[in-house]
Design a protein around this ligand. Structure first.
Ligand SMILES: [Zn+2]
Length: 216
């Protein structure tokens, strides 16, 4: 079953950057496999609104294990009262690994939301940073950008399925926007997380669809 897209639907392409691909510093499982499909979707011009997020950290970012002596990547610490996974250094501002992936034609892109620029706060979702020192999650401005364009539905794809894609979709529904996750155009950091991701999507009312079901 294919579906025709409303002009009020937007595509959010999350963190399709070389550092999240095999060979990058924080590779998703088979992350490169989504590149041709994302490229095809952008070239199809089926979405009236297209936004990409770009993880964009300063050197020495607080989410990097290297910023915490004695800690290793993928360990968890408490940060601003919340659990924080420590990551390998990744998507450092201005480095090739932080670019929007060169294998995709980005000319259909309307906006890029850079996230994770605050040295002291991590940022998974395209809508809101993670919890900051004051306990709140600072907005990236994306919800307002979509609202002013009349968008009431988003389709989310990209990397990583179990983290930034999932948090972006969850925030969308929490902020009152319908959300679907394009399963075939996403990949996780941890493949064993897929069952938990599916359960979370179902619990939050987020549709799980394949890009082949879009009318392209
Ligand atoms: Zn990051």
């Amino acid at each position: 079953m294919s579906r025709t897209l409303s002009p009020h639907a937007a595509l959010i392409v999350v963190d399709v950057q070389p550092d999240f691909m095999p060979g990058g510093t924080l590779a998703c499982h088979q992350g490169e496999a989504i590149v041709p499909g994302v490229d095809r979707l952008l070239r199809s011009r089926v979405f009236s609104h297209v936004v990409a997020t770009q993880d964009w950290h300063p050197r020495g970012h607080i989410s990097f294990a290297s910023s915490h002596p004695g800690r290793a990547p993928f360990e968890q610490i408490a940060l601003h009262g919340q659990p924080q996974t420590l990551w390998p250094d990744h998507c450092v501002q201005g480095t090739p690994g932080a670019e929007l992936h060169p294998g995709i034609d980005w000319t259909a892109l309307d906006a890029v939301v850079r996230k994770g620029s605050d040295p002291a706060v991590d940022s998974y979702s395209g809508f809101r940073e993670n919890h900051g020192p004051q306990g709140a999650r600072p907005s990236t401005g994306l919800a307002g950008w979509l609202r002013e364009r009349g968008v009431d539905e988003v389709f989310v794809c990209g990397l990583a399925r179990d983290i930034c894609v999932l948090w972006t979709a969850q925030d969308a529904v929490e902020l009152g926007v319908r959300a679907s996750l394009l399963w075939d155009l996403s990949r996780p950091v941890t493949p064993t997380s897929d069952d938990a991701t599916r359960a979370t999507l179902q619990a939050r009312g987020i549709a799980l669809i394949e890009s082949a079901n879009l009318a392209i």
